[in-house]
Design a protein around this ligand. Sequence first.
Ligand code: NAD
Ligand code: MG
Length: 396
Amino acid sequence: MRRIAILGATGSIGGSTLDVVARHPDRFRVTALTAHRDVERMFELCLKFNPAYAVMADTTAARDLEQRVRGAGLDVVVLGGTDGLVEVAALPEVDIVMAAIVGAAGLLPTLAAARAGKRVLLANKEALVMAGDLFMAEISSHGAELLPIDSEHNAVFQCLPHGDGDLPARGVERILLTASGGPFREYAAGDLHEVTPEAACAHPNWSMGRKISVDSATLMNKGLEVIEACWLFGVDAGRVEVVVHPQSVIHSLVSYSDGSVLAELGNPDMRTPIAHALAWPERMVSGVAPLDLVAVGQLDFQAADTSRFPCLRLAYEAMRAGGAATAILNAANEVAVAAFLDRRLRFTDIPSVIDEALSALAPGKAGDLEQILDWDARARHVAQRSVGAHQTHIQA
Ligand code: NAD
Ligand code: MG
């Protein structure tokens, strides 16, 4: 029986994880669940999964949950705040931690899981984008196991050669990340100006949280994934390429020096990479329907267009610049996306805000955790100011 903590249990990845886990009551026990402030949903999850711990990052929400749980006579320890998130990520009685908090808020608990030597299932790509060097060092020095949940990286992981060592020396020429192109793939540049948060969140193939949906629409999601791939697989950005593949059936590919290209295919459903990482190196049922290639009919590919979607270019530039640049990119993007969702910033101003933060801060070394958090705070401050300068009101 493997015991699991799910960070971000009320979200899209959290829900898919619980769906997979519930199919295997003989293999997994839900030991801890965390959420931001959705008490109603967390209470339902407590009733259904009876975890030993439930954490609300918001301390007022934690007090509400405590009352609900006591009222129902449940034997669940309720904790609150970042300390509570960090505590359950490192519990001695937990074997597997699903890191599925969105954004920089996931960094500290995900690092705590790495330091406690857990099997870390990483959905929270922002943690790696902020602190890749530090995070990878903590994983290896504490004997933790890191398995990618992002569908592209999980696909790459499945297509890589077995064993350790430098990938190019083992014949890996390139990692090819597929991108759906998002809901605005076919929009003319002039039409991107007026797009709404609702349109950005209506992803053609995947149902996801609002932040990652906007990132998919700007192609920043693919940019964050390029950075994520560099850290996870220890390669330079020059070895990671992006190809637009609107059907999202090929989840990514690895190209070898002999001309072989290996791909992982499947229906676009996050339960596949989640089940893969939970069971690895075994396989288990995920609830995902088998792929029907005849029904898919055709697979298309296009180049990514960084003139309409400059966020992808900004991410490559930040990875090449190194040091704190990717932490600044991530923080400015989080501020810009939140402002867009709030109708305070145009879609086309998202890359401008990020570019301005990168230029204003002339990033140096990333440094230790404290310095990374300081870069993050400074980038947020600069980005807020630049959102103010671009400020607009987007009609519904
Ligand atoms: P979501 O918005 O649906 O869920 C986010 C979860 O994080 C929720 O449980 C929420 O309560 C929690 N959370 C939010 N803010 C928090 C805070 N300040 N403190 C503590 N907890 C907080 O997001 P999602 O789509 O499930 O994505 C989660 C992560 O997984 C993101 O990093 C995303 O990039 C990554 N990811 C998601 C998908 C997908 O299909 N949804 C695919 C690949 C990667
Ligand atoms: Mg992805």
